[in-house]
Design a protein around this ligand. Sequence first.
Ligand SMILES: CC(=O)SCCNC(=O)CCNC(=O)[C@H](O)C(C)(C)COP(=O)(O)OP(=O)(O)OC[C@H]1O[C@@H](n2cnc3c(N)ncnc32)[C@H](O)[C@@H]1OP(=O)(O)O
Ligand SMILES: O=CC(=O)O
Ligand SMILES: [Mg+2]
Length: 356
Amino acid sequence: MRSPKDFFRPLAVGAPQPVREVPFRPSRMIHFFDPSNPKMAAKVPDIAPTVDVLLGNLEDAVAADRKEAARAGLVEIAAKADFGDTQLWTRINSLDSPWALDDLLTLVGAVGHKLDVVMVPKVEGAQDIHYVDRLLAQLEAKAGLERPILVHAILETPSGMANVEEIAGASPRMQGISLGPADLAASRRMKTTRVGGGHPGYLVRQDPSGDDAPRATFQQDLWHYTVARMVDACAAHGILPYYGPFGDIKDTLACEDQFRNAFLLGCVGAWSLHPVQIAVAKRVFSPEPGEVAWARRVMAAMGDGTGAVMIDGKMQDDATFKQCRVVAELADALAARDPELRAAYDAATTAVLDQE
Ligand SMILES: CC(=O)SCCNC(=O)CCNC(=O)[C@H](O)C(C)(C)COP(=O)(O)OP(=O)(O)OC[C@H]1O[C@@H](n2cnc3c(N)ncnc32)[C@H](O)[C@@H]1OP(=O)(O)O
Ligand SMILES: O=CC(=O)O
Ligand SMILES: [Mg+2]
């Protein structure tokens, strides 16, 4: 463990100064594409302006004999393109694979100035982040980079779960953590065969009523505990939590429900695996205009945010003021990137304030 005094010192001579706060940049959808797939790569220029984050995936879902093509494809795409304020991330191969080292050596050297975040899969503990942290510092120094590349961990092993707090706080590079439900299910030996989402067998049943009337069942969220724990670890360390992938591409309704559960619990985004999931993530991870208007109304009524007032029969005090500030600040950050959203938030706020 690094001394608190040294935590913000660069880990290599000549590496950029680490960030002290994770910059909040909209990241409602982290859109995955396989840079070795010509059809997907061809769609990148059109998709880029519609997403907050574009992620060139090098790990799972890229066949073993396509790993080098994917890495080279990402270098080519990143070198050529200007994505404006859309972030460019990559998911490198896992640290126990033969490809991870070359992923970092190649990408940071060739296009490190274009890369915002490196996603590291199958993180087991702080030691994995420390390894990547030092290596990135060396490579940044060698490449003469002026800003540090941030690190995002995927929570997809039982050890990672057990160590989630130390992972979240392992380095000033830590930008966030995503749930990886597919690998987590496999490594936990859960008896599911899906990529995220619910399961009809995971339910509670209504008590018997004494006669033979049918008893309703209620499906439960398999991921509640994991997401909630991840959100706490991230919030405690000032980094951002994300729901990960939802594999039933055709079931956009269930995808939306799963994303919304994560949003309400504190996540700021999710992965989009297919173009159809982009709009779903955008809808879910942008607060609704009515909620934003309400938050702004409460904040206006509360002045300095202390004391208690009644609005529409509901008590508001310092704590609800703070909740409203979370919603209002998120809305402002998203509106700064999205003029349509800004117009919707402002129209809803004007309508609510005009009624007073
Ligand atoms: C558990 C985990 O690790 S999850 C993360 C790893 N997995 C991934 O990254 C998966 C990424 N997504 C994919 O590979 C694909 O979307 C699949 C395999 C799920 C479905 O692909 P397809 O069967 O081609 O879907 P579909 O036919 O609906 O695609 C329509 C078009 O969108 C393109 N497309 C599909 N997914 C993407 C994408 N993520 N980005 C850009 N374009 C895409 C297809 O190439 C196709 O192009 P075309 O019209 O020129 O033929
Ligand atoms: O990488 C993601 C997962 O769910 O596994
Ligand atoms: Mg995985």
